[in-house]
Design a protein around this ligand. Structure first.
Ligand code: MN
Length: 496
């Protein structure tokens, strides 16, 4: 079963009438076989749907218009089996609203050395047919992904998988609603930004509700619902003794469950895909949502603290992209550094809200004081995170554009027990190394808030940024600070 069983990408083959019926019949057969082969490929997470060969300006326009209007279609894979004069594509491409992948392939893998004749040459023209197609897209400055290679090559399948998953995340954001309870954390710059521009660029809306609207829903939660949820807590987590029934903090667990149920109902009733809150606006709430945010993220909702709607949205999009993959995606914050030259590390965490999807093993459910927000002690899940390749992604508003900044990192196993640290945490080493990775992040203006991913490589985010038409900046093993500064400088000109 495909992870995105209701989503499709359309396989569209370009040609022209000049070739005559026999050749076009072969073209159709071949493209059907390729579409079916990609559809059957277990790496590709969406349905690949064959579309009849397009041979004229009108057919191209009609197919693209249909793709735009089809709600299951999240993108188009285009391939020119033969030569499809690209002026025919201008009208259609100019209305294209869905992500485009140009598959630069050929039906035959090998040249049939002893058989090849002019008939074969006439049929197998993508080596130059795709160049004509590539030219018009370059000329039109179209955002697209180009994948070169034979269609049976696993490397090609993997690139299509990455693009299709990015397209699924992009598709999910179109018309998505996010709710922000209260405003941004006072005076903070990087978590704020232009919500109107974001709706224009990314397709999602962010609207505010006063915390009182949420408190009203929280207060309507029934005792039976709370009891059921607490039973789930006991089953799923190691709940500390003072939160057990009869324990001195049991009432706080009731409050936490009530908050979780209330937020979930608010999100469901408002058809929201994510939310943000802030410890500075909790009127009528007994505690800052801790376990609630951790578990709702675990269920696929986007979340970020302190009114950070941009990070909530990117957390949601990344969770969708990673559907069915092992590992998780979480709201994250670069919290504290370990500058030991022999083993430099970043400790990532938040005051409470790290998604349970990245927990290594069974989490503890604990309660501790929180020295900020002036509310009762919040219940939270405490856990470590496994070692492995990972990344942090940050969406920032540069004033005239959005920048998606990614730092590839290597998560490492806990180097010591942290008996007094009452929050979920992860340790990582940034690439290319601690000092340059951190310096590059600061130069690029990346936020302290990110989405931490265990299962998406930066390729997914690069494709996503291309679909959004925004700037993509990557800090990885090859980052050199001198070149990096130039890249930022030159991008400023490119986006002027
Ligand atoms: Mn924060």
């Amino acid at each position: 079963m495909k992870p995105f069983k209701n989503l499709e990408v359309w396989f569209v083959t370009g040609s022209q009438d000049l070739y005559g019926e026999e050749t076009l019949k072969k073209v159709a057969e071949h493209s059907q076989e390729i579409a079916a082969g990609l559809n059957d490929c277990p790496i590709i997470p969406v349905n690949v749907v064959f579309k009849p060969t397009v041979k004229s300006t009108e057919e191209i326009y009609a197919t693209i218009a249909e793709a735009n209007n089809n709600t299951n279609c999240i993108g188009i894979i285009a391939w020119m089996h033969t030569f499809s004069p690209a002026k025919m594509w201008i009208r259609g491409l100019s209305i294209l609203k869905k992500p485009l992948l140009h598959l630069h392939t050929q039906f035959n893998r090998d040249i049939p050395w002893s058989e090849i004749d002019m008939d074969f040459m006439n049929l197998n023209q993508s080596a130059h047919g795709d160049r004509e197609f590539g030219h018009i897209m370059a000329r039109m400055r179209l955002k697209r992904k180009v994948v070169g290679g034979h269609w049976k090559d696993e490397n090609v399948h993997q690139k299509i998988n990455v693009w299709a998953r990015a397209a699924a995340g992009w598709n999910d954001l179109q018309g998505a609603r996010f709710v922000r309870f209260g405003d941004n954390m006072r005076y903070v710059a990087v978590t704020d930004g232009d919500k109107v521009e974001a709706e224009k660029v990314f397709g999602f809306s962010v609207n505010t509700h006063g915390i009182g609207d949420l408190v009203k829903v929280i207060n309507e939660v029934s005792e039976a619902e709370i009891e059921n949820l607490i039973a789930e807590y006991y089953e799923k987590y190691n709940v500390v003794p003072n939160l057990q029934k009869g324990g001195e903090k049991y009432d706080s667990l009731i409050d936490a469950a009530k908050i979780e149920l209330g937020i979930k109902r608010f999100l469901e009733e408002g058809n929201y895909k994510g939310f943000s809150d802030t410890f500075e606006d909790l009127h009528g709430m007994k505690q800052l949502p801790g376990i609630a945010a951790q578990r709702l993220m675990g269920q696929g909702y986007g979340f970020a603290g302190e009114g950070d709607w941009k990070t909530a949205a990117i957390v949601r999009a990344m969770k969708v992209m990673a559907t069915g993959m092992s590992g998780g995606n979480s709201f994250m914050e670069d919290y504290t550094y370990h500058f030991d030259p022999a083993n430099p590390l970043v400790l990532g965490s938040h005051m409470l809200e790290i998604c349970e999807s990245i927990a290594d093993g069974k989490a503890n459910c604990e309660i501790h004081p929180l020295g900020i927000g002036g509310k009762e002690d919040p219940v939270r899940l405490v856990f470590n995170v496994a070692a492995g390749e990972a990344l942090n992604a940050s969406l920032v508003d540069m004033g005239n554009r959005f920048r998606l900044l990614v730092n590839e990192v290597q998560a490492v196993a806990p180097v010591a027990d942290l008996p007094k640290l009452p929050v979920a945490r992860v340790l990582w080493k940034p690439y290319p190394n601690m000092n340059d990775g951190c310096a590059a992040w600061i130069l690029a203006g990346g936020a302290h808030h990110t989405c931490y991913s265990q299962n998406l490589s930066s390729d997914y985010l690069e494709d996503f940024a291309e679909m959004a038409g925004i700037e993509f900046v990557k800090i990885d093993k090859n980052t050199n600070l001198y070149q990096f500064k130039n890249e930022l400088r030159w991008s400023d000109i490119a986006y002027k």
